[in-house]
Design a protein around this ligand. Structure first.
Ligand SMILES: [Zn+2]
Length: 176
């Protein structure tokens, strides 16, 4: 497949609304209503460099946080003074912080299950509170906005697990 052909496929496969996979899974924003994106996904050119491996969503302290899709809670704990919740969705994993968890590891969730509330900790977004939302497949960080049909095509390609090897993944790969 040529590069232009591949891009065409990627463009065609990018969902225009809430994304459904082959099993009919609907992904949702972790906040309601759909939040403003304060800071986009900005992966580093190399895995060892700093970047932004997720998106920051405008949030207020105490606001409810919901699982973006069905799965089970991976962990819900304090990490360096901030509450972190992860949800495992098959081969994908979403991360939410800072969140004071109201669920325990192993708990089954569906898209929209309340998993906690935004903590008041400032810092990651300066003087405003925000929710950092991350998406991983294995060791690869992805743009979580793909899940809600908001990831621009320009963010592809992204990292494979092997830092020495860059490969193209399409949204099709994520859902299948
Ligand atoms: Zn962030």
């Amino acid at each position: 497949m040529t590069w232009s052909g591949l891009l065409l496929v990627i463009t065609t496969l990018l969902p225009s609304g809430p994304a459904d996979d082959a099993g009919g899974t609907t992904w949702r924003w972790p906040l309601r209503p759909a939040p403003e994106v304060l800071r986009p996904y900005d992966p580093p050119a190399h895995p060892w460099e700093p970047g932004h491996r997720g998106v920051d969503l405008a949030a207020r302290p105490g606001q409810a946080v919901y699982a973006a899709g069905p799965g089970r809670v991976g962990y819900a704990r304090d990490l360096a003074g901030r509450g972190v919740v992860t949800v495992i969705h098959g081969g994908l994993r979403t991360t939410y912080l800072p969140v004071r968890a109201t669920v325990r590891p192993g708990r089954a969730v569906t898209a929209g299950t309340r998993i906690g509330v935004v903590e008041g900790a400032l810092g990651h977004c300066g003087q405003v509170a925000c929710l950092h939302w991350g998406l991983r497949r294995g060791l690869s960080y992805l743009d979580p906005l793909i899940l809600v049909g908001r990831a621009p095509v320009r963010l592809l390609p992204w990292w494979d697990d092997d830092p020495e090897r860059r490969v193209i993944h399409s949204p099709y790969d994520i859902y299948h």
